[in-house]
Design a binder for this molecule. Structure first.
Ligand SMILES: Nc1nc2c([nH]c(=O)n2[C@H]2C[C@H](O)[C@@H](COP(=O)(O)OP(=O)(O)OP(=O)(O)O)O2)c(=O)[nH]1
Ligand SMILES: [Mg+2]
Length: 133
């Protein structure tokens, strides 16, 4: 089966809100909310892909991000590998640069049912992150 490798950013403000976007009507997994990001291109590191995708999709520039973890998930027709980063510093103001719906959401209100299945363990990890500090 095909393997898709992506990098995504959890863009978190100082007051604990996370910026999420909604997948377009015509896309695969349409209607689900997601963390901005996308596919890693040839000759790109995961962080370079993150920087590029975050600039394209939400128009902010990041100098650094904290790598959280890599998760693997099997959808019915492909495998996905997701490199997850926490972004707490950036230049600019995030907005849905590709016209997709977007919102800031309190971390505790993240609902795994509104995200693709692969995101379930990412959301669990996020909710545990702050309890463990
Ligand atoms: N961006 C993102 N993609 C996710 C998440 N969870 C998840 O299963 N995916 C899947 C959906 C897609 O199969 C794949 C990412 O594809 P994409 O369509 O966003 O890739 P891309 O931004 O490079 O866009 P494109 O050039 O292929 O149109 O990862 C998530 O939280 N964020
Ligand atoms: Mg994308």
């Amino acid at each position: 089966m095909k393997n898709v490798e992506i990098a995504v950013g959890i863009i978190r403000s100082h007051d604990g809100k996370i910026f999420i976007t909604q997948r377009g009507e015509s896309s695969h997994l349409a209607g689900f909310w997601e963390f901005p990001g996308g596919k890693i291109e040839l000759n790109e590191t995961p962080f370079q892909a993150l920087q590029r995708e975050i600039a394209e999709e939400v128009d902010i520039h990041i100098h650094e991000a904290t790598f959280l973890k890599t998760i693997e998930h099997e959808y019915s027709d492909y495998f996905i590998t997701i490199h997850t980063y926490l972004i707490e510093e950036w230049d600019g103001e995030p907005f849905a640069a590709e016209g997709q719906p977007s919102r800031w959401i309190d971390e505790e209100d993240l609902n795994a049912d509104e995200f693709p299945d692969a995101n379930r363990s990412i959301i669990e990890m996020l909710k545990n992150l702050d309890n463990n500090i």
